[in-house]
Design a protein around this ligand. Structure first.
Ligand SMILES: O=P(O)(O)OC[C@H]1O[C@](O)(CO)[C@@H](O)[C@@H]1O
Length: 525
């Protein structure tokens, strides 16, 4: 396999020297209508990735295909799920795909078949959740647990929280909500206090989630909750379970009713498919719903194997992103789900993308001479329209946009006002925004002029369900992976978050000097 930097690839040179496409020109008129019909890749679960409003044409697509082939991107994906050491920084395998699929060979490490290991944990969690739901497992008084609270941060919070919120209302109307879930992540005492305030702790089950078992915020919040349980006269061990790695200090610890495991081959931001997401989501919705979610993800993993970029949405999305970043020079991407249920999905993608691809050295530790991961931000539409879209439409910075929208609402409750339902209004806004960004509008008054030429893609689905959500999550995971491969960086470590943690510990130990000492004084630490 060739692991070359992007600027060593011939196809990248060719791409840089190709006439760019003016989105406004190609999207205006009948040509635009044809593009919307033709520039679409089917995704799993009846979804589609439409890239008509991106700055690409058939010639650029051919060159992106040449880039994918020369960089051996799908071969690298196969190497990843077949158990090669892809995380070069930490010398680890990268196995989150094995949590949800039958891809590739069996990967055996130190005599452990990893697929079996992850599946066993899923079965253990399913059994545990079923016992909680049936009332076989109860609190000290023999009463059922009614609410589940996840304590974790970063990848041990964002993905599971985003997925829970995305399915909470779907579960309510489909009679699938077994237990309401809440989340504590920030070491700010107001976060834990707000969740605990008025909480029926007697009937609460807390999941302490930390792969390392050493994260300051999570251990602090765990102790905060244990303290609250003791003050309520309850035995913390009857109210807490752990999700961690088998080697962590939280494993085999008497302070917990039970413990479920993931391992070092599952990166935090990729851990929603592991025990990290499995526990809270199976308790909240039941193991069957979680299995549907994993199946949706597995289908996306399967389509991500296709070497043809016109059939592989994750690969194409990744390559268009690289083209925008390294040839067109755009440094940001906005994720704009037109679905209130996806309110925390952009926050999850922020970690997924920026923690994975915010790197300056290649997978061997040598500096790269080109830009890598973009800045990611986003908010659900239409709320974003009334907030930051002004800059997106008329600002001096061009921000590529990634829309997501569904034809049907999740809850099915709607009303016709002035001839249309709210869902139709929502979808009308996505269509309108894509065209407004692409085609713009001339006006004699410069203040009212829209230049257009602002690229976007849209993922369109029928309805946000557990399976389509799984597909969506895996799409972005695979996109980020493919971009990392193209940039020849290691998307699976995160050394950049360490320095701040080390300095914070020094502040707390009063081991400071220089600016750190003065800042500590300002906060009276
Ligand atoms: O699960 P843990 O080990 O507590 O780590 C939490 C998070 O901290 C990070 O290491 C970043 O600080 C993330 O990558 C990870 O998801």
């Amino acid at each position: 396999m060739n692991w070359k930097n992007l600027d060593e690839l011939k196809a990248f040179d060719a791409l840089k020297n190709t006439e760019p496409v003016n989105v406004r020109d190609v999207m205006t008129g009948s040509n635009g209508a044809d593009r919307v019909k033709n520039y679409s890749v089917p995704m799993a679960e009846g979804m589609a990735y439409n890239y008509a409003a991106k700055a690409v044409d058939d010639k650029i697509l051919d060159q992106l295909q040449a880039l994918a082939d020369e960089a051996e991107l799908t071969q690298k994906y196969a190497a990843l799920y077949n158990g090669e050491v892809i995380n070069t920084g930490e010398k680890r395998l990268v196995l989150h795909h094995l949590c949800r699929s039958q891809l590739g060979k069996d990967v055996v490490v130190d005599g452990v078949n990893k697929r079996e290991f992850y599946t066993t944990q899923q079965h253990r969690i399913a059994e545990f959740a079923n016992k909680v739901h049936s009332g076989e497992l109860t609190n000290e008084k023999g009463e059922p647990y009614k609410i589940v609270v996840q304590i974790g941060i970063g990848g041990s919070d964002l993905g599971p929280r985003a997925i829970y919120l995305a399915l909470e209302n779907w579960a309510k109307v489909n009679n699938k909500l077994k237990m309401e879930a809440k989340f504590i992540s920030n070491v700010d005492p107001d976060d834990a206090s707000a969740v605990l305030y008025g909480l029926d702790v007697e009937h609460a089950l807390f999941i302490l989630v930390s792969k390392s078992g050493t994260t300051l915020e999570t251990l602090t919040n765990g102790a905060f909750v244990q303290d609250a349980l003791k003050k309520a006269g309850l035995d913390p061990a009857k109210h807490m379970i752990a999700v961690t790695s088998e080697t962590s200090p939280l494993a085999k610890n008497e302070g917990f009713m039970d413990a479920f495991y993931m391992d070092d081959y599952i990166g935090g931001r990729y851990s929603t498919s592991s025990a990290v997401g499995c526990a809270v989501l199976s308790l909240a919705f039941g193991p069957d719903v979680y299995a549907d979610f994993l199946n949706g993800a597995a289908k996306a993993d399967e389509t991500a194997k296709d070497p043809d970029i016109r059939k592989n949405a994750a690969l194409l999305d990744a390559l268009i992103g690289v083209y925008e970043r390294n040839v067109l020079g755009y440094d940001t991407t906005a994720v704009l789900p037109y679905s209130q249920a996806l309110s925390r999905f952009p926050a999850h993608l922020q970690q997924l993308d920026m923690e994975s691809n915010g790197k300056s050295v290649n997978r061997y530790g040598d500096p790269v001479n080109y830009v890598t991961g973009p800045i990611i931000f986003g908010e659900p539409g239409t709320n974003g329209q009334h907030s930051f879209y002004q800059l997106l439409h008329q600002g001096k910075t061009i921000v590529p946009l990634q829309f997501v929208g569904f034809k049907e609402s999740q809850m099915g409750n709607d009303v016709v006002i002035e001839g249309s339902t709210s869902q139709k209004k929502l979808c009308a806004n996505v269509s309108a925004q894509i065209v407004a960004f692409a085609c713009g509008k001339d006006d004699d008054n410069p203040n009212k002029r829209f230049d257009g030429g602002r690229p976007s893609s849209v993922i369109i689905g029928e309805k946000l369900t557990p399976a389509s959500l799984g597909t969506l999550l895996a799409h972005f995971e695979n996109k980020v992976m493919y971009q990392g491969f193209t940039w020849n960086i290691n998307s699976f470590d995160q050394e950049g978050v360490q320095l701040g943690k080390v300095l914070a510990k020094r502040v707390l130990a009063h081991d400071t000097d220089g600016a750190l000492a003065v800042y500590s004084d300002l906060f009276e630490i």
